[in-house]
Design a protein. Structure first.
Length: 314
């Protein structure tokens, strides 16, 4: 019990920062992932290269299954340290279809890690890449064919993002702005244009802590906050338990009125599989029950030496 209290005192600053951030920012959804701790390379460029091995994550997400035009997402992130130096590198490819809209994102990320002694590290990251955006008017039916915004249009643009990631063997806290530019329809020119606006930037702040209760059981509470100026703020509160150092089971409550069940199985030092199911308790389910499924596969490996899975569990 004294050990648990000591860990809680260390966690209080993280909780305070996240709650304070809640008071000053607002949020709406970009691409989202339930297993955000495992998918940090997609969320935060500073995470790339921090696991001291080559790590690849593939994520497939079907949102609101059964609802026509609902979002589907396929994402891949591979990252590695460079010659086991403070430098890290990663690539991310994300494809998402939502109704008549389709986006394809490709990013290369670089990070620089600063060690403060013991197991305390701060990683700073920058990502550069492009967004390909397309709107297929043939996929929708309208009663107003004079609205120019409903005509097919596409856009190809460069984008950039930044992030910071502080971590030890027990806890982590991250902040990121994955994209600084957005696609907005220009009514004057009749096309989608790449626009920079502070009011459209999405901010992410998250953190978590691992309590190792004994050799077989560990607890991992975490929180993810998504924010954008002028829209309702969203928090994801997650609690997970590790059993027999092989199976993670957890639940998430989203402030958007969704509950998520999460499961993860560590097959061996190389492979991990994940699954989650989220169910909304909103007006979306007044006619029919719509849930979302997310599947992930992670592969860790190293060239020239034995793979050792990080004891950080994140």
């Amino acid at each position: 019990m004294p050990e648990l209290k000591r860990h809680m005192r260390r966690l209080l600053p993280i909780i305070f920062i996240l709650l304070f951030f809640d008071c000053i920012l607002y949020a709406q959804n970009q691409k989202q992932y339930n297993h955000f701790i495992a998918n940090q390379g997609l969320l935060n460029p500073a995470y790339n290269g921090t696991r001291d091995l080559i790590s690849g994550v593939l994520v497939l997400r079907n949102q609101w299954v059964g609802l026509e035009g609902a979002p589907t997402t396929q994402a891949l992130n591979v990252h590695t340290p460079l010659n086991y130096s403070p430098l890290g590198f990663g690539i991310s490819v994300i494809n998402e279809t939502e109704g008549a809209h389709q986006t394809l994102d490709f990013y290369g990320a670089g990070s620089y890690r600063i060690n403060f002694g013991a197991d305390r590290n701060l990683s700073l990251g920058l990502q550069l890449g492009f967004n390909s955006f397309a709107f297929d008017q043939s996929k929708i039916e309208t009663t107003n064919n004079t609205d120019e915004a409903l005509y097919g249009s596409s856009n190809f643009s460069m984008n950039t993002g930044i992030g910071a990631y502080y971590y030890t063997n027990k806890y982590f806290i991250g902040f990121s702005v994955p994209e600084f530019f957005t696609n907005i329809y220009n009514t004057t020119e009749g096309t989608y244009k790449t626009t920079f606006s502070l009011s459209n930037i999405h901010y992410y702040l998250y953190g978590g802590y691992v309590f190792e209760l004994n050799d077989e059981i560990a607890l991992k509470p975490s929180i993810l906050s998504r924010a954008i100026y002028g829209a309702p703020f969203q928090n994801d509160f997650t609690g997970s338990v590790l059993l027999y150092k092989a199976v993670w089971l957890g639940v998430t409550y989203k402030s958007s009125k969704e509950f998520v069940f999460l499961a993860e199985y560590i097959i061996n030092d190389n492979f991990t599989v994940r699954y989650s199911f989220d169910y909304p308790f909103t007006d979306l389910n007044t006619v029919k029950n719509y849930g979302s499924h997310e599947v992930g596969l992670q592969y860790d490996f190293s060239l020239g030496k034995t793979v050792m899975r990080s004891i950080r569990y994140f």
